[in-house]
Write a protein that binds this ligand. Structure first.
Ligand SMILES: Nc1ncnc2c1ncn2[C@@H]1O[C@H](COP(=O)(O)OP(=O)(O)OP(=O)(O)O)[C@@H](O)[C@H]1O
Ligand SMILES: [Mg+2]
Length: 242
């Protein structure tokens, strides 16, 4: 039987960058310098690359090479000294702090090495927060579902201090992913976890990458993890070397 209903379905409203296959992240001439008493410190210099939608990318390099600084610039958490970051079609340098906050709320999830959950909020409240901040009518339902997805459906009312490190990182993952961001940034997400717990977190990250097509950009010191990513960006002394 021909399914005539298909023809009458409204066409999905997609950002223009989805329709054209444009990169989800486009970085040009990115630099970060800070003034120190001893002179100017160049943290990042002349970084340029593009990341395709749905890709998984590892950012690797020695301690102090500039990985965390780069991730902060890509996510709009910090502003560069030079160059541009175009995130899902929006050039971040054209926006003020409020504008960048809106882009982050709409398009970006961020997972930190030290979790950074709000200690006075329960697991559920932590995950509801980004939905409430962007004005979603129902934050509770999706937040509950997301916590169930990371295996914490029974721990909704628990505060961060009542959860193990691995559990806290799973709450942080649920919080980062509950808005269905185009891009998920993770800065050494397993750095504070034992190998097995870290492995479980990594599997969750890749599942989100696969299932929802979320682009994954993660900083790691783990070669095995880097090799699982579609692409590796190597930073050395603030410059992109591979
Ligand atoms: N606001 C700042 N003021 C001064 N120096 C800074 C500032 N932010 C970063 N740096 C310096 O820039 C360099 C890069 O820092 P960054 O945190 O990006 O390194 P990283 O590659 O993430 O290192 P790690 O692997 O140890 O986390 C370091 O030398 C750091 O001390
Ligand atoms: Mg770092």
């Amino acid at each position: 039987m021909p399914d005539s209903s298909i023809a009458t379905l409204p066409s999905p409203v997609l950002p223009s960058s989805v329709a054209t296959g444009a990169p989800v992240l486009r970085v040009q001439g990115l630099g970060k310098r800070v003034a120190l008493a001893s002179g100017e410190l160049v943290i990042l210099d002349g970084i340029g690359f593009e990341i395709a939608r749905g890709d998984s990318v590892a950012v690797v390099g020695a301690s102090g090479s500039g990985k965390s600084t780069l991730l902060s610039l890509l996510a709009g958490l910090d502003v560069p000294s030079s160059g541009t970051v175009e995130l899902d079609g929006t050039e971040l340098s054209r926006l003020d702090e409020d504008g960048r906050a809106r882009v982050r709320a709409d398009k970006v999830g961020f997972v930190f090495q030290n979790f950074q959950l709000l200690p006075s909020l329960t697991a559920l409240e932590n995950v509801m927060l980004p939905l409430e901040l962007r004005g979603d009518a129902d934050a509770r339902g999706p937040a509950q579902a997301e916590l169930a997805r990371v295996g914490l459906g029974e721990r909704l009312a628990h505060y961060p201090r009542q959860l193990s490190g691995g559990e806290q990182q799973r709450v942080a993952l649920a919080r980062a992913f509950v808005t269905r961001p185009s891009l998920l940034f993770a800065d050494e997400p397993t750095g504070n976890l034992d190998t097995r717990t870290g492995q479980a977190i990594i599997e969750l990250l890749f599942a989100m990458n696969q299932d929802a097509g979320t682009t994954l950009v993660l900083v790691t010191h783990d070669d095995h993890l880097a090799s699982r990513c579609g692409r590796v960006l190597r930073i050395d002394g603030g410059r992109l070397v591979a």
